[in-house]
Design a protein around this ligand. Structure first.
Ligand code: ZN
Length: 252
């Protein structure tokens, strides 16, 4: 059974956790007006090439002063980066408490909290290893209205880390909600996810852990598990719901 959200017009921002009421999709505006000449492709190319040029110069200046960063990055990789489409490798359990993996975990926590996102996977910071984490702090929870918390099944969650996680579906009914991803910055879409799942793996100390999650926590887990297999929400979304979350600002 598929449950469609009665609040599908509310936009949930994965990164900000704020609901932006009544942001209707672009399609509600009917046919687009074509400008003359209808050369939007070449216009896009021009702007793209000029962006690349500016960035390349800035990068050049930056690299003159500083060597390029290497993973684990303190930023999130963006779609197009091959690391986001690779199948992440399992972590040697004996290495979890070692310096290298602990550094990856520490950086992930730092990045996740800096961006105020509720979940993160290691490939997103350039490390193709099977590690994911989630955390739903009270600070973000209280920004959401009680009605929306209820509808999405939101709950405050402590930091949970899973190394080499395995996911089992407990309730195969799916629910549709808008979700976003830090690796597809500025966009959002409706994605079906299972209502309830169980995750098993190793924690940051290398201890075996199992957790059953439902509602929004189950959604986060499925989203982050997908990252470990090179899958993005783009592969699962309802394509007609894909939006630029700032589309209104472009008209102002
Ligand atoms: Zn993501």
């Amino acid at each position: 059974m598929t449950t469609k959200s009665s609040v599908s017009l509310l936009l949930f921002s994965w990164s900000r956790f704020r609901f932006c009421a009544s942001r209707a999709p672009c399609s509600t505006f009917g046919p687009l007006i074509q400008t003359t000449p209808p050369s939007h492709i070449s216009v896009c190319r021009r702007s793209l090439s000029s962006t690349v040029k500016v960035r390349s110069y800035l990068q050049y200046v930056k690299r003159k002063i500083k060597s390029p960063p290497s993973p684990p990055y303190s930023h999130v990789c963006q779609v197009g980066d091959p690391v986001l489409r690779s199948h992440a490798a399992a972590v040697d359990p004996a290495a979890i408490t070692g310096l290298e993996i602990q550094k990856v975990l520490g950086t992930m926590v730092k990045v996740m909290r800096k961006l105020e996102c509720v979940g993160l996977s290691a490939p997103q910071i350039g490390v193709p290893l099977r590690i994911l984490m989630l955390e739903y702090p009270w600070k973000l929870f209280e920004e959401v209205s009680p009605a929306a918390r209820e509808a999405r099944g939101l709950s405050v969650q402590p930091l949970r880390i899973f190394v080499n996680p395995e996911l089992r579906v407990l309730d195969s009914r799916t629910v549709l909600f808008q979700e976003a991803c830090e690796s597809i910055s500025g966009f959002s879409a409706t994605v079906p996810r299972y209502l309830s799942v169980e995750v098993s793996g190793l924690n940051e100390k290398g201890e075996a852990v199992t957790w059953q999650a439902s509602g929004w926590s189950a959604r986060i887990l499925q989203h982050e598990m997908d990252h470990l297999d090179g899958v993005l929400y783009l592969d699962r979304m309802d394509t007609k719901t894909f939006i630029n979350i700032n589309w209104q600002e472009h008209n102002e």
